[in-house]
Design a protein around this ligand. Sequence first.
Ligand code: ARG
Length: 591
Amino acid sequence: MHVPFNLATELDTALKTAASAAGLDAAAFVPEVRTADPRFGDYQANGVLAYAKREKQNPRALAEKLLAALPADITARCDAAIAGPGFINFTLKPAALLAWTRAFADADALAAGAASALSGQTWVVDYSSPNTAKQMHVGHLRSAVIGEAICRLLAFSGARVIRDNHLGDWGTQFGKLIYGYKRWADPTALRREPIEELERLYKLGNEATPDGSPALEEARQELVKLQSGDPESLALWKTFSEVSQRAFDEIYARLGIRFDHYLGESFYNDKLEPVLRELTGLKIAGESQGALVVFHPEHPRFKTQPFIVRKTDGASNYATTDLATMLYRVEHFKADGIAIVTDFRQADHFEQLALTTQKWFAATGRPMPKFEHVTFGAVTDEAGKALKTRDGGTIKLKDLLDEAEQRELAIVRDKNAGRPESERFTEEECRAIARTAGIAAVQYADLSQNRSSNYVFSWDKMLALDGNTAPYLLYAVARIRSIFRKAGISPTDTNLAAAATAPETPAEIAVARKLVKFADAVRLATDTLRPHFLCLYLYELAGDYSAFNNADKVLVDDAPVRARRLLLCARTLLVLETGLHLLGLRTLERM
Ligand code: ARG
């Protein structure tokens, strides 16, 4: 029997086939299959109503016709029933649930099942993208964590994903930094804590150059020198970039992130003029009060709010760079899709960028890729204020990750002390667990909320062993692994599937039905670029699993029962781990 990964898609196709067979206008019939409330079934098709209304037919009678025409491989797998005014509910039969658990035996099988959705597409994901010569702070966490999850989701659905870190490495800040560096640089500090020293120098440079001061003019001259390629300035800039890169790399390693490219703003420096020439030539951009701008007359705000692509002083800016970046990603990477992950405050910029690019590419015969500005809300404390250190400073990301590990270590040690001596972890093991679980807690807390909301940062909530948290899910994974250690068999043992029969008890069936829904959760999270849908699914799966564990003993003597329950454990483990890895988390064998 062919076992589809995504049953909703399969049912959709089957209903279309049934519609043709039953003499309906199949082209006009949209089945609208979605996951159903489990009390009524696994999937529900809602499309009969709209079709019946348009054709002025009785929806229930239409639904009857469709059911009668359903292909045999669907009726072999699902019970189908008509409900309400003409919904069709599908419930998977236990044999179909068993077939799914047999077919999807490892991460590769799951990936192969999911891969058809975006195969052949290339996506460039632009995330993290911090500004150089500064440390990353808590605000940089979201873009990195959400962006990485999105990359993994897209790749899982078969896309070729290019991870591009669009570093802010060419801004006006360098004039002030070089000004500060030339006057106050401390060689010892530069050796010991280079990024901190650069931050100090920038701060000094900034304070020493108030608006209208001769010092500001000097700082500007430093920037002009750098931008016109003065070797000494370039050498300094290069040092700043390298120092920053090392600091960023440390953070990325801790978060498990690796970029394919670091094509920062400086990379586009020599690609800006041709863009401005094209836009001017096409009359998409025009002069306004000394600047070069783009208006969008069809847009309520952007008909008067300009997209400035060259400033009055003749300098290019963030917008110019992003236009050149769009072009490069389409021409060089052949991107079908581009996703840029930043906070919501840049929404106008990217909307104007997309509108401008559409017109520009349409006029020049270039393909317009799908464009997604993936926005997110602010990180706040529990009172709803921007998250700060106790003395009101910004929280460095490095310190935040350290604190996560420290706090988790205290929890792990505490729990460890309550274990029987023979099962206790060594101090070294406690530390390793805390490193993984602490970072995972921070990542998951961010991912599990709808990214459009502000994100309330709470140590207690994210480190809790109960609730929709990383420790809860990592613990579920570790517990399943311990069952297999006790049983003396590996969760990937292929004999398991062969020996198992179809799920029988209500708790077994509930877990199996939830497992099958993994495909829907992945698809929803990927289509909307919202990882929290996958988090919620994993949390619910862990809940169903734990109910099953409480209701039905796994390691019973009855061999067939034991085999079928162990198979459910193995697949729950597989789906939980695959899901957590898709989110960018690391998992543990023991916890
Ligand atoms: N460096 C920017 C910032 O820190 C984010 C860049 C996002 N990417 C882009 N192509 N503009 O806000």
